[in-house]
Design a protein. Structure first.
Length: 228
């Protein structure tokens, strides 16, 4: 079998002038080079198939080009999907890291100001003439926030997890305590979730409620009866 000439450059004509190729020539270009490669490296197979230079741009070339373009399209889609997934993963990671870093920085600044800052001050004296009526769940939430150190806050999900309750139930309790000015909302949870800290008024009310509960306990009533 004679050696096949290379497929003609579709952008250059026989005179060596630059031309604008047709869509058909561009589409069949992978098939033409496939025929050339087959005739060059596997001449016995090309001879058995009867391939010649006249098959450039033929149905054989078009069929081979369909396969090549299909594979190339699939590879491009897979590559684009991989790049997109990688970009999303990096974006989520960077966003989560930035959020967590900012939260830790705010907590560190708050602790530093509380311990060493010149703006450290004592809690103002608050007179509570009427203690609001609080349920057991609300008292439990206040006691949980009273255990936090300076600069720390509890998000809704954190409170629900520690009290083994559902988020929507705890959210209502937190909102009522915020409305009573016993808790104050701040930014501290992940994904923009609201977090809460105990106010000075909340600490005073909590102490009064705990004292009332102790007075109502059977042991306290028994001591009062014995003294009487």
């Amino acid at each position: 079998m004679d050696v096949l000439a290379q497929p003609q450059n579709p952008f250059v004509d026989d005179a060596g002038t630059l031309v604008l190729p047709s869509l058909l020539k561009l589409f069949c270009l992978p098939g033409d080079w496939g025929i050339y490669a087959l005739a060059t490296y596997l001449p016995s197979v090309a001879q058995w198939l009867g391939l010649t230079a006249g098959d450039y741009g033929s149905a054989y070339s078009a069929a081979a080009s369909v396969v090549v373009w299909a594979v190339a399209t699939i590879l491009l889609i897979m590559a684009w999907a991989a790049i997109r997934d990688f970009d999303r993963a990096v974006t989520r990671g960077v966003s989560g890291l930035a959020s967590e870093t900012m939260r830790r920085i705010r907590m560190a600044i708050a602790r530093f100001k509380y311990r060493h800052g010149s703006k450290r001050r004592t809690e103002p004296v608050i007179e509570v003439t009427e203690v609001p009526d609080l349920g057991l769940d609300e008292i439990r939430v206040l006691r949980l926030h009273a255990t936090l150190g300076p600069g720390y806050a509890l998000a809704v999900s954190d409170v629900a997890e520690r009290l083994e309750a559902r988020g929507y139930q705890i959210r209502g309790v937190l909102e009522r305590l915020q409305g009573l000015q016993l808790l104050q909302a701040t930014v501290g949870g992940l994904d923009g979730e609201s977090a809460y800290t105990l106010t000075s008024l909340g600490r005073i009310v909590l102490n009064k409620k705990i004292a009332e509960l102790k007075q109502r306990s059977p042991a306290a009533q028994s001591r009062r009866t014995a003294k009487a």
